[in-house]
Design a protein around this ligand. Sequence first.
Ligand code: HEC
Length: 245
Amino acid sequence: MIRTFLTLAFLATWCLVPGAFAAGDAPALEKQQWPFQGLRGSYSKDQLLRGYTVFTNACMACHSIKYVGHRDMMRAGFTEAEVQALAKNLDMSIDQKLLTAQDDQTAIETFGKVPPDLSLINKARAGLADYTFALLMGYSEDPELIHHSFPKGLPEGAHYNKAFPGHAIAMPNPLTGPDLVTYHDGTPATVEQMAKDVTVFLQWTAEPERVERQHMGLYVLIYLVLFTLLAYVTKRAIWKDVKGH
Ligand code: HEC
Protein backbone atom coordinates (compact mmCIF):
# COMPACT_ATOMS: atom_id res chain seq x y z
CA MET A 1 0.00 0.00 0.00
CA ILE A 2 2.73 2.40 1.01
CA ARG A 3 4.69 1.37 -2.06
CA THR A 4 1.73 2.04 -4.34
CA PHE A 5 1.29 5.43 -2.70
CA LEU A 6 4.96 6.29 -3.10
CA THR A 7 4.94 5.20 -6.74
CA LEU A 8 1.87 7.34 -7.41
CA ALA A 9 3.41 10.29 -5.60
CA PHE A 10 6.61 9.90 -7.61
CA LEU A 11 4.71 9.70 -10.88
CA ALA A 12 2.61 12.73 -9.99
CA THR A 13 5.73 14.77 -9.22
CA TRP A 14 7.39 13.61 -12.40
CA CYS A 15 4.36 14.69 -14.46
CA LEU A 16 3.90 18.01 -12.72
CA VAL A 17 7.43 19.34 -12.48
CA PRO A 18 8.04 19.95 -16.21
CA GLY A 19 4.70 21.80 -16.25
CA ALA A 20 5.87 23.91 -13.34
CA PHE A 21 9.04 24.82 -15.23
CA ALA A 22 7.10 25.63 -18.39
CA ALA A 23 4.94 28.03 -16.40
CA GLY A 24 8.05 29.68 -14.93
CA ASP A 25 10.14 32.55 -16.19
CA ALA A 26 11.16 31.45 -19.68
CA PRO A 27 8.47 33.04 -21.85
CA ALA A 28 7.05 31.03 -24.74
CA LEU A 29 8.47 32.31 -28.03
CA GLU A 30 6.44 32.80 -31.15
CA LYS A 31 7.83 30.76 -34.02
CA GLN A 32 8.72 32.89 -37.05
CA GLN A 33 9.07 31.87 -40.68
CA TRP A 34 12.71 32.56 -41.54
CA PRO A 35 13.97 32.60 -45.15
CA PHE A 36 17.18 30.80 -44.10
CA GLN A 37 15.31 27.83 -42.67
CA GLY A 38 14.83 24.51 -44.39
CA LEU A 39 16.70 22.62 -47.06
CA ARG A 40 16.26 25.36 -49.63
CA GLY A 41 16.70 28.15 -47.09
CA SER A 42 18.91 31.02 -48.20
CA TYR A 43 19.79 34.64 -47.59
CA SER A 44 18.84 37.46 -49.90
CA LYS A 45 21.55 40.01 -50.44
CA ASP A 46 19.03 42.83 -50.00
CA GLN A 47 17.89 41.55 -46.61
CA LEU A 48 21.48 41.01 -45.44
CA LEU A 49 22.33 44.56 -46.41
CA ARG A 50 19.24 45.83 -44.58
CA GLY A 51 20.25 43.83 -41.50
CA TYR A 52 23.80 45.15 -41.76
CA THR A 53 22.39 48.70 -41.95
CA VAL A 54 20.40 48.14 -38.74
CA PHE A 55 23.36 46.53 -36.98
CA THR A 56 25.84 49.26 -37.85
CA ASN A 57 23.41 52.08 -37.03
CA ALA A 58 21.50 50.76 -34.04
CA CYS A 59 23.61 48.04 -32.37
CA MET A 60 27.28 48.60 -33.06
CA ALA A 61 27.46 51.53 -30.62
CA CYS A 62 27.44 48.83 -27.93
CA HIS A 63 27.92 45.42 -29.56
CA SER A 64 30.68 43.84 -31.63
CA ILE A 65 30.58 41.06 -34.18
CA LYS A 66 34.15 40.00 -33.63
CA TYR A 67 34.19 37.05 -36.02
CA VAL A 68 32.92 38.88 -39.10
CA GLY A 69 34.28 41.78 -41.11
CA HIS A 70 33.33 43.43 -44.40
CA ARG A 71 35.52 41.06 -46.41
CA ASP A 72 33.47 38.12 -45.11
CA MET A 73 30.41 39.66 -46.73
CA MET A 74 31.91 38.72 -50.09
CA ARG A 75 31.07 35.14 -49.10
CA ALA A 76 27.41 36.17 -49.19
CA GLY A 77 27.65 37.53 -52.73
CA PHE A 78 28.79 41.11 -52.18
CA THR A 79 31.47 42.33 -54.59
CA GLU A 80 34.76 43.72 -53.39
CA ALA A 81 33.76 47.19 -54.58
CA GLU A 82 30.53 46.97 -52.59
CA VAL A 83 32.21 45.94 -49.33
CA GLN A 84 34.94 48.55 -49.88
CA ALA A 85 32.25 51.22 -50.10
CA LEU A 86 30.46 49.95 -46.96
CA ALA A 87 33.70 49.80 -44.96
CA LYS A 88 34.71 53.27 -46.15
CA ASN A 89 31.42 54.65 -44.83
CA LEU A 90 32.47 53.48 -41.38
CA ASP A 91 36.09 54.57 -41.82
CA MET A 92 37.17 50.95 -41.64
CA SER A 93 39.29 48.67 -43.77
CA ILE A 94 37.54 45.62 -45.18
CA ASP A 95 39.73 43.34 -43.08
CA GLN A 96 38.73 44.84 -39.74
CA LYS A 97 36.04 42.97 -37.84
CA LEU A 98 32.82 44.75 -36.88
CA LEU A 99 34.01 45.92 -33.46
CA THR A 100 32.22 48.45 -31.30
CA ALA A 101 34.06 51.59 -30.33
CA GLN A 102 32.72 51.29 -26.78
CA ASP A 103 35.30 50.04 -24.32
CA ASP A 104 34.41 47.51 -21.62
CA GLN A 105 35.02 49.92 -18.76
CA THR A 106 32.54 52.48 -20.09
CA ALA A 107 30.01 49.69 -20.72
CA ILE A 108 30.30 48.44 -17.15
CA GLU A 109 29.93 51.96 -15.78
CA THR A 110 26.88 52.57 -17.97
CA PHE A 111 25.06 49.22 -17.99
CA GLY A 112 26.66 47.26 -15.17
CA LYS A 113 27.92 44.73 -17.70
CA VAL A 114 29.58 44.37 -21.09
CA PRO A 115 27.10 43.84 -23.95
CA PRO A 116 27.75 40.36 -25.38
CA ASP A 117 29.46 39.85 -28.74
CA LEU A 118 26.69 39.16 -31.25
CA SER A 119 28.62 36.99 -33.77
CA LEU A 120 27.08 33.76 -32.51
CA ILE A 121 24.19 35.04 -30.40
CA ASN A 122 21.54 33.44 -32.65
CA LYS A 123 23.00 30.05 -31.82
CA ALA A 124 23.81 30.77 -28.19
CA ARG A 125 20.34 31.29 -26.76
CA ALA A 126 17.44 28.86 -26.43
CA GLY A 127 14.92 29.91 -29.05
CA LEU A 128 17.72 30.84 -31.50
CA ALA A 129 16.64 33.44 -34.08
CA ASP A 130 13.09 33.47 -32.69
CA TYR A 131 14.56 34.63 -29.37
CA THR A 132 16.61 37.49 -30.86
CA PHE A 133 13.55 38.73 -32.73
CA ALA A 134 11.27 38.36 -29.69
CA LEU A 135 13.83 40.21 -27.56
CA LEU A 136 13.94 43.16 -29.96
CA MET A 137 10.13 43.24 -30.11
CA GLY A 138 9.71 42.50 -26.40
CA TYR A 139 10.11 45.92 -24.73
CA SER A 140 7.08 47.30 -22.96
CA GLU A 141 6.35 50.30 -20.77
CA ASP A 142 2.94 48.94 -19.73
CA PRO A 143 2.83 49.72 -15.96
CA GLU A 144 0.49 46.79 -15.25
CA LEU A 145 2.78 44.31 -16.96
CA ILE A 146 5.81 45.73 -15.16
CA HIS A 147 4.03 45.74 -11.80
CA HIS A 148 3.02 42.11 -12.31
CA SER A 149 6.67 40.99 -12.52
CA PHE A 150 8.14 43.70 -10.28
CA PRO A 151 5.67 44.73 -7.59
CA LYS A 152 8.39 46.88 -5.98
CA GLY A 153 9.40 48.45 -9.30
CA LEU A 154 12.03 47.52 -11.88
CA PRO A 155 15.60 47.16 -10.60
CA GLU A 156 17.75 50.28 -11.03
CA GLY A 157 18.83 50.79 -14.65
CA ALA A 158 16.82 47.82 -15.95
CA HIS A 159 14.26 47.80 -18.73
CA TYR A 160 11.21 45.57 -18.95
CA ASN A 161 11.35 42.98 -21.70
CA LYS A 162 8.81 40.19 -22.25
CA ALA A 163 11.27 37.79 -23.89
CA PHE A 164 14.30 38.26 -21.62
CA PRO A 165 14.47 35.62 -18.87
CA GLY A 166 13.56 37.43 -15.64
CA HIS A 167 12.19 40.38 -17.72
CA ALA A 168 14.72 42.95 -16.42
CA ILE A 169 17.36 43.65 -19.10
CA ALA A 170 20.23 46.13 -18.91
CA MET A 171 19.95 46.93 -22.65
CA PRO A 172 17.75 49.94 -23.41
CA ASN A 173 15.33 49.35 -26.30
CA PRO A 174 17.53 49.83 -29.39
CA LEU A 175 14.58 50.00 -31.82
CA THR A 176 12.51 52.73 -30.24
CA GLY A 177 10.52 53.66 -33.31
CA PRO A 178 10.29 53.35 -37.09
CA ASP A 179 12.73 54.93 -39.57
CA LEU A 180 15.83 54.70 -37.40
CA VAL A 181 17.53 53.76 -40.65
CA THR A 182 16.90 54.38 -44.34
CA TYR A 183 17.05 51.21 -46.40
CA HIS A 184 18.93 51.09 -49.71
CA ASP A 185 16.01 49.31 -51.40
CA GLY A 186 13.21 51.58 -50.18
CA THR A 187 11.72 48.96 -47.81
CA PRO A 188 9.76 50.85 -45.10
CA ALA A 189 11.82 50.65 -41.90
CA THR A 190 9.12 49.63 -39.41
CA VAL A 191 10.31 48.39 -36.01
CA GLU A 192 9.28 44.84 -36.95
CA GLN A 193 11.10 45.03 -40.29
CA MET A 194 14.30 46.29 -38.64
CA ALA A 195 14.06 43.56 -35.96
CA LYS A 196 13.57 40.89 -38.65
CA ASP A 197 16.38 42.15 -40.87
CA VAL A 198 18.95 42.46 -38.09
CA THR A 199 18.00 38.99 -36.81
CA VAL A 200 18.58 37.56 -40.29
CA PHE A 201 21.94 39.36 -40.47
CA LEU A 202 22.89 37.89 -37.07
CA GLN A 203 21.89 34.43 -38.32
CA TRP A 204 24.22 34.89 -41.27
CA THR A 205 27.10 36.04 -39.03
CA ALA A 206 26.58 32.89 -36.96
CA GLU A 207 27.00 30.69 -40.04
CA PRO A 208 28.62 32.60 -42.93
CA GLU A 209 29.80 29.32 -44.46
CA ARG A 210 26.24 28.11 -44.96
CA VAL A 211 25.73 29.93 -48.26
CA GLU A 212 28.91 28.34 -49.61
CA ARG A 213 27.87 24.96 -48.25
CA GLN A 214 24.59 25.23 -50.10
CA HIS A 215 26.33 26.13 -53.36
CA MET A 216 28.75 23.27 -52.78
CA GLY A 217 25.79 20.92 -52.28
CA LEU A 218 24.43 21.98 -55.65
CA TYR A 219 27.76 21.38 -57.41
CA VAL A 220 28.02 17.96 -55.81
CA LEU A 221 24.53 17.10 -57.06
CA ILE A 222 25.31 18.25 -60.61
CA TYR A 223 28.55 16.25 -60.50
CA LEU A 224 26.72 13.14 -59.30
CA VAL A 225 24.09 13.39 -62.03
CA LEU A 226 26.76 13.85 -64.72
CA PHE A 227 28.84 11.02 -63.29
CA THR A 228 25.83 8.67 -63.23
CA LEU A 229 25.04 9.52 -66.86
CA LEU A 230 28.64 8.93 -67.85
CA ALA A 231 28.74 5.59 -65.99
CA TYR A 232 25.53 4.55 -67.70
CA VAL A 233 26.78 5.47 -71.18
CA THR A 234 30.09 3.68 -70.52
CA LYS A 235 28.28 0.57 -69.28
CA ARG A 236 26.10 0.52 -72.40
CA ALA A 237 29.13 0.92 -74.64
CA ILE A 238 31.05 -1.91 -72.94
CA TRP A 239 28.17 -4.38 -72.73
CA LYS A 240 27.13 -3.74 -76.32
CA ASP A 241 30.38 -5.40 -77.43
CA VAL A 242 30.06 -8.26 -74.93
CA LYS A 243 26.52 -9.05 -76.03
CA GLY A 244 27.57 -8.89 -79.67
CA HIS A 245 29.53 -12.14 -79.22
C1 HEC B 1 23.14 51.26 -25.71
C2 HEC B 1 23.82 50.00 -25.78
C3 HEC B 1 23.17 48.88 -26.57
C4 HEC B 1 22.69 48.94 -27.87
C5 HEC B 1 22.64 50.13 -28.80
C6 HEC B 1 22.25 47.61 -28.19
N1 HEC B 1 22.47 46.76 -27.13
FE1 HEC B 1 22.06 44.79 -27.04
N2 HEC B 1 22.73 44.70 -25.15
C7 HEC B 1 23.23 45.75 -24.42
C8 HEC B 1 23.52 45.31 -23.07
C9 HEC B 1 24.06 46.18 -21.94
C10 HEC B 1 23.20 43.93 -23.01
C11 HEC B 1 23.29 43.01 -21.79
C12 HEC B 1 21.89 42.90 -21.24
C13 HEC B 1 21.73 42.07 -19.98
O1 HEC B 1 22.37 41.01 -19.88
O2 HEC B 1 20.96 42.50 -19.09
C14 HEC B 1 22.71 43.58 -24.34
C15 HEC B 1 22.31 42.32 -24.70
C16 HEC B 1 21.87 41.95 -25.96
C17 HEC B 1 21.51 40.61 -26.35
C18 HEC B 1 21.62 39.35 -25.49
C19 HEC B 1 20.43 39.15 -24.61
C20 HEC B 1 20.59 37.91 -23.77
O3 HEC B 1 19.74 37.01 -23.86
O4 HEC B 1 21.57 37.83 -23.02
C21 HEC B 1 21.12 40.66 -27.65
C22 HEC B 1 20.63 39.51 -28.52
C23 HEC B 1 21.24 42.03 -28.07
N3 HEC B 1 21.69 42.79 -27.02
C24 HEC B 1 20.94 42.46 -29.35
C25 HEC B 1 21.02 43.78 -29.75
C26 HEC B 1 20.69 44.23 -31.08
C27 HEC B 1 20.26 43.34 -32.23
C28 HEC B 1 20.87 45.56 -31.10
C29 HEC B 1 20.62 46.51 -32.25
C30 HEC B 1 19.29 46.46 -32.86
C31 HEC B 1 21.37 45.96 -29.78
N4 HEC B 1 21.44 44.85 -28.99
C32 HEC B 1 21.68 47.26 -29.40
C33 HEC B 1 23.41 47.05 -24.88
C34 HEC B 1 23.03 47.51 -26.13
